[in-house]
Design a protein around this ligand. Sequence first.
Ligand code: NAP
Length: 310
Amino acid sequence: MKQKQTTERYTLADLESWSRAAGRVQPSIRMGVFGDPVAHSLSPQMQNAALRACKIDTQYARFHIRANELRSALRFLPDLDFIGINLTVPHKIAAFTQIDEADESASRAGAVNTIRVREKKLIGSNTDGEGFLRAIRSEFSVDVRDLRVMLIGAGGGTGHAIAWQCALENCERLVLVNRTYEKAQALVEQLRSYFAGPRVLGPAARLEAIAWEEAALRAQLSDIDLIVNATPLGMNSSDPIPIPARLLAPHQMVFDCVYGPSKTSLLRAVDEAGGRGANGLSMLLHQGALSFSIWFDREAPIDAMRKALL
Ligand code: NAP
């Protein structure tokens, strides 16, 4: 029997003939992450470390699944006896309509990053919001509830989860920015009741969507403590910086959900401005630990997972 730790990428075609593609891999693959792109994902090394630490005899693999393949790919999971999967860019919102049940975290955000398979059903959860919260606490030693937050990429799956978490935490201010402005505006309508309470810090509105333009960003940034990038901008070195470097100030914290590369142009810019920055690695760790707990109904071996990301 061939012994193989899986580092390769599987595809929809592999799921279609799974015993040929992976039937001889040991331990067998019954978990994974679906994305496009997916090569960058560090979830396999982190989750496989967790599985080994808990002596669970299965493997977690990468699946390159395109947007138009998601529905078909998900339907293979029950029959192939999968335990669960994660979803990454661009699938989190689309998956919400393609699962059998959603828990509260997924229903709130309208986005899914974790699926567990139970009695042939796909049950969706979202651990990004809680993972974000823990990451901000561990990176900056502050709580989101005390912060004025600007969220760039509010229209995406991760952006939705983070915006909802900020609302649940009753953060001081939330300014939503998105390439497609209408999506940020729609989110404002959903979150409005959470921000109806009185302003504590200054006269600015507690919740608003703004245009992604320099003048509009500049007008907001003096009343912002934490800037979050929840777009994929920064994954490629040729990507434009989400916020012009000249707008950043020393009082600001920047959390970039992107973790590869570890220092995006946005993080370099906040360093140069004298502010504090952190990449998305700690969010990856915490959302992954929460996913592990959902799949196995036990606490995740977080030290082993953290070590696997070093
Ligand atoms: P998604 O659902 O596809 O959403 C992408 C968001 O980014 C949307 O708001 C989209 O705007 C915007 N966007 C995409 N391309 C853009 C471009 N070229 N210019 C400007 N805006 C653009 O993706 P996602 O799953 O939320 O993931 C977003 C990023 O977060 C990815 O880099 C992912 O790796 C990262 N992430 C990291 C962690 C972690 O644990 N560290 C967890 C989750 C996600 P429109 O609405 O206009 O399309």
